[in-house]
Design a protein around this ligand. Structure first.
Ligand SMILES: [Zn+2]
Length: 244
Protein backbone atom coordinates (compact mmCIF):
# COMPACT_ATOMS: atom_id res chain seq x y z
CA UNK A 1 0.00 0.00 0.00
CA UNK A 2 2.96 2.29 0.56
CA UNK A 3 3.38 4.94 -2.04
CA UNK A 4 -0.11 4.52 -3.42
CA UNK A 5 -2.00 7.70 -4.00
CA UNK A 6 -5.37 8.47 -2.52
CA UNK A 7 -7.16 8.58 -5.90
CA UNK A 8 -5.84 5.15 -6.78
CA UNK A 9 -7.08 3.76 -3.46
CA UNK A 10 -10.45 5.47 -3.90
CA UNK A 11 -10.83 3.94 -7.34
CA UNK A 12 -10.19 0.52 -5.84
CA UNK A 13 -12.76 1.19 -3.13
CA UNK A 14 -15.26 2.22 -5.76
CA UNK A 15 -14.60 -0.95 -7.74
CA UNK A 16 -15.20 -3.03 -4.62
CA UNK A 17 -18.42 -1.13 -3.83
CA UNK A 18 -19.67 -1.60 -7.38
CA UNK A 19 -18.86 -5.30 -7.22
CA UNK A 20 -20.66 -5.67 -3.87
CA UNK A 21 -23.66 -3.88 -5.34
CA UNK A 22 -23.62 -6.14 -8.37
CA UNK A 23 -23.35 -9.28 -6.22
CA UNK A 24 -26.16 -8.15 -3.93
CA UNK A 25 -28.41 -7.54 -6.90
CA UNK A 26 -27.41 -10.85 -8.50
CA UNK A 27 -28.19 -12.62 -5.23
CA UNK A 28 -31.64 -11.03 -5.04
CA UNK A 29 -32.40 -11.86 -8.63
CA UNK A 30 -31.04 -15.39 -8.88
CA UNK A 31 -33.30 -17.01 -11.50
CA UNK A 32 -33.63 -20.16 -9.40
CA UNK A 33 -35.67 -18.24 -6.84
CA UNK A 34 -38.35 -17.34 -9.39
CA UNK A 35 -38.18 -20.83 -10.85
CA UNK A 36 -38.82 -22.39 -7.43
CA UNK A 37 -41.76 -20.06 -6.92
CA UNK A 38 -43.32 -21.11 -10.21
CA UNK A 39 -42.66 -24.79 -9.60
CA UNK A 40 -44.24 -24.51 -6.15
CA UNK A 41 -47.33 -23.02 -7.76
CA UNK A 42 -47.39 -25.89 -10.24
CA UNK A 43 -47.21 -28.41 -7.38
CA UNK A 44 -50.09 -26.72 -5.64
CA UNK A 45 -52.15 -26.97 -8.81
CA UNK A 46 -51.16 -30.60 -9.40
CA UNK A 47 -52.05 -31.57 -5.85
CA UNK A 48 -55.44 -29.98 -6.26
CA UNK A 49 -56.01 -31.81 -9.54
CA UNK A 50 -54.89 -35.08 -8.00
CA UNK A 51 -57.27 -34.59 -5.11
CA UNK A 52 -60.18 -33.98 -7.50
CA UNK A 53 -59.29 -36.98 -9.62
CA UNK A 54 -59.07 -39.22 -6.57
CA UNK A 55 -62.45 -38.01 -5.37
CA UNK A 56 -63.91 -38.70 -8.78
CA UNK A 57 -62.32 -42.14 -8.80
CA UNK A 58 -63.73 -42.90 -5.37
CA UNK A 59 -67.20 -41.85 -6.43
CA UNK A 60 -67.01 -43.99 -9.58
CA UNK A 61 -65.88 -46.95 -7.51
CA UNK A 62 -68.92 -46.51 -5.28
CA UNK A 63 -71.14 -46.45 -8.36
CA UNK A 64 -69.42 -49.56 -9.61
CA UNK A 65 -70.04 -51.38 -6.35
CA UNK A 66 -73.69 -50.31 -6.27
CA UNK A 67 -74.29 -51.43 -9.86
CA UNK A 68 -72.49 -54.71 -9.22
CA UNK A 69 -74.85 -55.32 -6.31
CA UNK A 70 -77.82 -54.52 -8.55
CA UNK A 71 -76.50 -56.90 -11.20
CA UNK A 72 -76.12 -59.61 -8.64
CA UNK A 73 -79.71 -59.10 -7.42
CA UNK A 74 -81.01 -59.09 -11.01
CA UNK A 75 -79.06 -62.23 -11.77
CA UNK A 76 -80.55 -64.00 -8.75
CA UNK A 77 -84.05 -62.94 -9.78
CA UNK A 78 -83.54 -64.12 -13.37
CA UNK A 79 -82.20 -67.43 -12.12
CA UNK A 80 -85.14 -67.98 -9.84
CA UNK A 81 -87.67 -66.98 -12.50
CA UNK A 82 -86.07 -69.27 -15.06
CA UNK A 83 -86.06 -72.15 -12.58
CA UNK A 84 -89.70 -71.54 -12.06
CA UNK A 85 -90.28 -71.37 -15.80
CA UNK A 86 -88.57 -74.64 -16.57
CA UNK A 87 -89.51 -76.53 -13.41
CA UNK A 88 -92.55 -78.05 -15.02
CA UNK A 89 -94.57 -77.10 -11.95
CA UNK A 90 -96.36 -74.30 -13.69
CA UNK A 91 -98.74 -75.43 -16.35
CA UNK A 92 -100.94 -72.41 -16.81
CA UNK A 93 -99.83 -70.97 -20.22
CA UNK A 94 -100.86 -67.46 -19.25
CA UNK A 95 -98.76 -67.64 -16.10
CA UNK A 96 -95.87 -69.07 -18.12
CA UNK A 97 -96.06 -66.20 -20.60
CA UNK A 98 -96.14 -63.76 -17.70
CA UNK A 99 -93.03 -65.22 -16.12
CA UNK A 100 -91.28 -65.29 -19.49
CA UNK A 101 -92.06 -61.61 -20.01
CA UNK A 102 -90.66 -60.84 -16.57
CA UNK A 103 -87.47 -62.70 -17.44
CA UNK A 104 -87.15 -60.75 -20.69
CA UNK A 105 -87.68 -57.45 -18.87
CA UNK A 106 -85.15 -58.42 -16.16
CA UNK A 107 -82.59 -59.38 -18.79
CA UNK A 108 -83.07 -56.08 -20.57
CA UNK A 109 -82.44 -54.25 -17.27
CA UNK A 110 -79.40 -56.46 -16.79
CA UNK A 111 -78.09 -55.37 -20.22
CA UNK A 112 -78.51 -51.76 -19.25
CA UNK A 113 -76.58 -52.31 -16.02
CA UNK A 114 -73.82 -54.10 -17.84
CA UNK A 115 -73.51 -51.27 -20.32
CA UNK A 116 -73.30 -48.87 -17.39
CA UNK A 117 -70.59 -51.02 -15.85
CA UNK A 118 -68.60 -50.98 -19.07
CA UNK A 119 -68.86 -47.21 -19.29
CA UNK A 120 -67.80 -46.92 -15.66
CA UNK A 121 -64.80 -49.12 -16.28
CA UNK A 122 -63.78 -46.99 -19.22
CA UNK A 123 -64.14 -43.84 -17.15
CA UNK A 124 -62.14 -45.41 -14.32
CA UNK A 125 -59.46 -46.46 -16.78
CA UNK A 126 -59.27 -42.91 -18.10
CA UNK A 127 -58.98 -41.50 -14.58
CA UNK A 128 -56.29 -43.99 -13.63
CA UNK A 129 -54.24 -42.99 -16.64
CA UNK A 130 -54.73 -39.34 -15.84
CA UNK A 131 -53.76 -39.92 -12.22
CA UNK A 132 -50.64 -41.74 -13.25
CA UNK A 133 -49.67 -38.92 -15.61
CA UNK A 134 -50.22 -36.25 -12.97
CA UNK A 135 -48.39 -38.22 -10.31
CA UNK A 136 -45.42 -38.57 -12.62
CA UNK A 137 -45.56 -34.86 -13.34
CA UNK A 138 -45.65 -34.18 -9.61
CA UNK A 139 -42.58 -36.34 -8.97
CA UNK A 140 -40.69 -34.62 -11.79
CA UNK A 141 -41.64 -31.19 -10.51
CA UNK A 142 -40.52 -32.06 -7.00
CA UNK A 143 -37.19 -33.20 -8.39
CA UNK A 144 -36.88 -30.00 -10.36
CA UNK A 145 -37.50 -27.94 -7.23
CA UNK A 146 -34.85 -29.89 -5.39
CA UNK A 147 -32.37 -29.29 -8.20
CA UNK A 148 -33.12 -25.57 -8.21
CA UNK A 149 -32.85 -25.36 -4.44
CA UNK A 150 -29.42 -26.95 -4.54
CA UNK A 151 -28.28 -24.60 -7.29
CA UNK A 152 -29.70 -21.61 -5.45
CA UNK A 153 -27.96 -22.59 -2.23
CA UNK A 154 -24.67 -23.07 -4.08
CA UNK A 155 -24.86 -19.69 -5.79
CA UNK A 156 -25.87 -17.94 -2.57
CA UNK A 157 -23.01 -19.59 -0.79
CA UNK A 158 -20.51 -18.34 -3.36
CA UNK A 159 -21.83 -14.80 -3.13
CA UNK A 160 -21.97 -14.97 0.64
CA UNK A 161 -18.32 -15.91 0.65
CA UNK A 162 -17.23 -13.25 -1.79
CA UNK A 163 -18.97 -10.29 -0.15
CA UNK A 164 -17.19 -10.56 3.24
CA UNK A 165 -13.87 -10.93 1.41
CA UNK A 166 -14.57 -7.74 -0.51
CA UNK A 167 -15.64 -5.93 2.65
CA UNK A 168 -12.46 -7.02 4.31
CA UNK A 169 -10.38 -5.68 1.43
CA UNK A 170 -12.35 -2.46 1.55
CA UNK A 171 -11.72 -2.02 5.28
CA UNK A 172 -8.01 -2.35 4.66
CA UNK A 173 -8.09 0.23 1.88
CA UNK A 174 -10.17 2.70 3.86
CA UNK A 175 -7.42 2.91 6.49
CA UNK A 176 -5.15 4.51 3.93
CA UNK A 177 -7.59 7.15 2.82
CA UNK A 178 -8.43 10.58 4.21
CA UNK A 179 -11.67 10.53 6.15
CA UNK A 180 -12.73 13.71 4.45
CA UNK A 181 -12.53 12.35 0.92
CA UNK A 182 -14.07 9.07 2.03
CA UNK A 183 -17.05 10.94 3.49
CA UNK A 184 -17.43 12.94 0.32
CA UNK A 185 -17.27 9.76 -1.72
CA UNK A 186 -19.88 8.06 0.42
CA UNK A 187 -22.20 11.05 0.34
CA UNK A 188 -21.90 11.22 -3.44
CA UNK A 189 -22.66 7.51 -3.64
CA UNK A 190 -25.81 8.06 -1.60
CA UNK A 191 -26.80 11.03 -3.70
CA UNK A 192 -25.97 9.79 -7.20
CA UNK A 193 -25.47 6.06 -6.86
CA UNK A 194 -23.25 4.04 -9.16
CA UNK A 195 -19.90 5.49 -10.15
CA UNK A 196 -18.98 8.73 -8.43
CA UNK A 197 -15.24 8.65 -8.99
CA UNK A 198 -14.61 9.52 -12.60
CA UNK A 199 -11.38 9.27 -14.50
CA UNK A 200 -10.16 12.03 -16.76
CA UNK A 201 -9.22 10.62 -20.10
CA UNK A 202 -8.24 12.85 -23.03
CA UNK A 203 -9.80 15.71 -21.14
CA UNK A 204 -13.15 13.92 -20.88
CA UNK A 205 -14.92 12.93 -17.65
CA UNK A 206 -15.51 9.17 -17.75
CA UNK A 207 -18.87 9.50 -15.97
CA UNK A 208 -20.66 12.36 -17.72
CA UNK A 209 -18.58 12.23 -20.91
CA UNK A 210 -18.17 16.01 -20.96
CA UNK A 211 -15.06 17.63 -22.34
CA UNK A 212 -13.40 19.75 -19.66
CA UNK A 213 -11.94 23.15 -20.56
CA UNK A 214 -8.37 22.73 -21.72
CA UNK A 215 -7.15 25.29 -19.24
CA UNK A 216 -8.48 23.13 -16.44
CA UNK A 217 -7.13 19.96 -17.99
CA UNK A 218 -3.70 21.56 -18.24
CA UNK A 219 -3.79 22.41 -14.57
CA UNK A 220 -4.56 18.83 -13.58
CA UNK A 221 -1.22 17.14 -13.43
CA UNK A 222 -0.90 15.65 -9.96
CA UNK A 223 -2.31 12.14 -9.81
CA UNK A 224 -2.29 12.26 -6.00
CA UNK A 225 -4.85 15.07 -5.96
CA UNK A 226 -8.62 14.74 -6.02
CA UNK A 227 -10.15 17.07 -8.60
CA UNK A 228 -13.81 17.55 -9.45
CA UNK A 229 -15.67 17.48 -12.70
CA UNK A 230 -17.05 20.92 -13.58
CA UNK A 231 -20.17 19.37 -15.02
CA UNK A 232 -21.30 16.45 -12.88
CA UNK A 233 -19.39 17.42 -9.71
CA UNK A 234 -18.09 13.91 -9.30
CA UNK A 235 -14.64 13.28 -7.91
CA UNK A 236 -12.27 13.34 -10.84
CA UNK A 237 -8.95 11.59 -10.81
CA UNK A 238 -6.19 11.23 -13.34
CA UNK A 239 -5.56 7.87 -14.97
CA UNK A 240 -3.63 5.76 -12.51
CA UNK A 241 -0.31 4.25 -13.50
CA UNK A 242 -0.15 0.87 -11.88
CA UNK A 243 3.50 1.00 -10.92
CA UNK A 244 3.87 4.40 -9.42
ZN1 LIG B 1 -18.39 14.62 -15.10
Amino acid sequence: MNGRSGPSILLDIQNIDLRIEELTLTREELPEREEIKQLTERIKKLNKELKNLNQEKHSLKLDQRRINDEVSILSDKIKSKEEKLYSGKITNPKELVGINEEVISLKSKMDEKETELLELMEALDEISKNLEKKERHLRETLEEIKKNELELAQKEKEIDQEIPELKNKRNNLVKHLDTEILNEYENLRKEKGGEVVAVLKDGICSCCNMQLPSIKVDSMRDSSIFYHCDFCKRILVLPQNNHK
